[in-house]
Write a protein that binds this ligand. Structure first.
Ligand code: DLL
Length: 432
């Protein structure tokens, strides 16, 4: 089923016309209401009425996370605070927090776009959706909640944490769709095992996961262990929250809600567009946001646009799953490596558990990575010889696929941290 057939299956020509009209009104809105953009546009001598094609987007300035910080808290809002009905904020783990706002219309749009994504994943109003994202300043909980209600599903707003209770409720309330981070889904699978509950005996059918990078191998693992069909969905608070892009049941790329977001993929060094289909940094311009529009927001997320049309019938472009963030990339002996690449390989190796950490240190001006990976009990207590053989095998697999050598350490089951929200598997000991 398609939530909004007339929009999600629009012809490219009509879409581009709609995008252009919406871009023009967004530029006018920020140029007249947001001093930050007015100043930038004046510096560029940009005349609003001279934006006459989508290619003109490239004449506009980028917006960076730092710009949001510099204008903390409300400096980039395009409406007076009395028109703002909701405020969300990022946690600020990598610096000062950023604040975003929503008008009444923004909340309506947001709910609708999240409903599209739930519907694309196969969920309907007959489903019981357990939302195990944190409710609060993080956009995950409320974003998915409003979308699920808009869809007409039965929503269980349990929030994150208290995993045993989550599972009890999943069992008693006959949850059919689980919404959380992929890391938390894995943790739930572990806890179910500890509780002696067979996930395949539950009513669970769908998992909608997002908010952090994950790999195809991790999807397979979650699907098998929980007996569900997991789909990926993407968003970021600066642009809206969840609802920017999501997978349909083809599970091979995320449809971007292009009638509300104009995307570019650029080379983060040269800032020029990459060749079609090449990997680069995703840049997003909002087309309908009222309270907090952003122009050419540099997400730092790396992806590529996929060329093929989708059998599901949606005409919106698809992007690959997020391959990493420009700021997560490790440079080991000159080779660029993303944690998700290592994850994908570890998940394929028999005997290892799907829990790992990457410890990064700097030795002689080079990043050194040690992969700590949990192994099943039988291997951990096995003879040293067997352990050595496994370490060698993991090292070889990583070396052949990444092109560099990393150290590997096996650790006992349940020794590495588990996550209820966004996972953080990189322990960075470099003092950068
Ligand atoms: O994580 C919004 C969200 C909530 C998306 C729930 C999906 C589901 P932020 O906290 O602002 O917002 O973090 C945004 O998380 O720039 C990506 O680096 C990462 N991210 C989000 N979704 C995915 C995904 C929410 N599906 C940042 N795959 C983004 C990989 C993701 N990374």
């Amino acid at each position: 089923m398609i939530w909004e057939n007339n929009k999600e299956c629009i012809s490219r020509e009509d879409l581009e016309q709609l995008q252009l009209e919406r871009l023009q009104s967004t530029i006018y809105r920020v140029g007249t209401h947001v001093p930050f953009y007015r100043k930038k546009f004046n510096e560029l001598k940009l005349e609003y009425d001279k934006i006459s094609s989508l290619d003109d987007l490239r004449r506009l300035p980028f917006t960076l996370k730092q710009d949001l910080r510099d204008n903390y808290p409300y400096g980039l809002f395009a409406v007076p605070l009395r028109e703002v009905v909701r405020v969300h904020s990022s946690s600020g783990t990598t610096g000062m927090a950023t604040v975003v706002g929503y008008s009444q219309n923004d909340i309506k749009t947001w709910s609708n776009l999240v409903a599209r994504i739930l519907c694309a994943a196969g969920v309907t109003h007959d489903d019981v959706i357990q939302i195990a994202f944190g409710y609060g300043l993080f956009t995950g909980g409320f974003g998915l909640h409003y979308g699920a209600e808009r869809l007409g599903a039965s929503v269980i707003p349990i929030s994150a944490g208290n995993t045993k209770r989550q599972i009890q409720i999943m069992q008693d309330f006959k949850t059919t769709a689980l919404v959380c981070t992929p890391s938390y889904a894995l943790k739930m699978a572990d806890v179910m095992m500890d509780m002696g509950i067979n996930p395949h005996g539950l009513s669970l059918r769908y998992g909608l996961f997002g908010a952090e990078p994950w790999s195809e191998s991790m999807r397979r693992e979650i699907n098998e262990r929980l007996g569900i069909r997991a789909t990926d969905n993407y968003g970021l608070s600066e642009v809206m929250g969840p609802g920017v892009a999501g997978e349909c049941q083809e599970c091979n790329g995320l449809h971007i809600n292009e009638d509300h977001f104009l995307v570019e993929v650029i080379d983060p060094e040269t800032l020029e567009p990459v060749e079609p289909g090449e990997i680069g940094e995703l840049v997003i311009t909002t087309l309908t946001k009222e309270a907090f529009p952003v122009i050419r927001y540099r997400t730092r997320d790396l992806t590529r646009l996929l060329p093929d049309s989708c059998p599901c019938g949606r005409t919106f472009k698809k992007m690959s799953r997020i391959l990493g963030r420009t700021d997560d990339m490790l440079i080991i002996k000159g080779v660029n490596v993303f944690p998700t690449q290592i994850e994908a390989i570890l998940f394929e190796i028999e005997g290892t558990e799907p829990h790992y950490n990457l410890v990064v240190e700097r030795e002689h001006n080079e990043d050194k990575v040690t992969v700590m990976v949990e192994v099943v009990e039988s291997i951990f207590f096995d003879a040293m010889k067997k352990q050595r053989a496994l370490i060698d095998m993991i090292r070889k697999r990583l070396a052949s696929e990444l092109g560099i050598g990393v150290d590997v350490r096996l650790v006992e089951e349940k020794t590495l941290e588990r996550f209820e929200g966004k996972g953080n598997r990189v322990i960075d000991k470099r003092e950068l």
